[in-house]
Design a protein around this ligand. Structure first.
Ligand SMILES: Cc1cc2nc3c(=O)[nH]c(=O)nc-3n(C[C@H](O)[C@H](O)[C@H](O)COP(=O)(O)OP(=O)(O)OC[C@H]3O[C@@H](n4cnc5c(N)ncnc54)[C@H](O)[C@@H]3O)c2cc1C
Length: 152
């Protein structure tokens, strides 16, 4: 096992919860964050959602604090006509990808390890080549705690 990094926060899961937590840390503090996720990109269960899934609530009320989701538009057609837009699953995934690439990584304080399984206590194994790493963190944040399952 190769120790690769020291970090203030190790966040397990790049779904909505892990992304929102990391966003607050980047905004409110000078701390460093390492995010690991077994998926190949951020967005958590939205990567697995059935293709027609949308948010149940207005886009503007969802996502991380620093970056609005959607344009605050009123839908002109369909069953949501006259109400604030509801992002599709692919819009949610694109949004979290944008937050990662345009906000977190350029901050210089966030490391992102996709395709990486957290085994516990900061031990991480790559799903690409099986290499194991130890991440030494002040705090481990379990952002996979809710264990969302997608009815598909
Ligand atoms: C179909 C559907 C529609 C929804 N619509 C809404 C809505 O409109 N509004 C709303 O507020 N909420 C909605 N929700 C609720 C939704 O679950 C939350 O909004 C939020 O996306 C959940 O994020 P999360 O980070 O808790 O979980 P997840 O999205 O499940 O993310 C957890 C992440 O942790 C990773 N992970 C887990 N264990 C490990 C491990 N050991 N090592 C590495 N990575 C790991 C997983 O790969 C995953 O990426 C909806 C849920 C579903 C299923």
């Amino acid at each position: 096992m190769t120790p690769i990094t020291d970090t203030d926060y190790l966040v397990v899961g790049a779904g909505g919860m892990g992304m929102a937590f990391a966003d607050e840390i980047v905004t409110q503090t000078s701390a460093s964050v390492t995010i690991v996720d077994r998926n190949h990109r951020p967005g958590g269960h939205w990567n697995d959602a059935y293709p027609f899934v949308r948010l149940h609530q207005a886009s503007v009320c969802y996502g991380v604090n620093s970056t609005p989701l959607g344009q605050h538009r009123i839908d002109q057609v369909g069953w949501n006509k006259g109400c604030y837009e509801l992002a599709s699953g692919s819009e949610v995934v694109a949004y979290f990808d944008q937050v990662m690439r345009q906000r977190f990584l350029p901050s210089g304080r966030v490391k992102y390890l996709p395709m990486s399984e957290h085994l516990g206590d900061g031990r991480v194994v790559s799903r690409v080549n099986g290499d194991e790493y130890e991440i030494r963190a002040q705090k481990i944040v379990d952002a996979a705690y809710i264990s969302v399952t997608v009815p598909s």
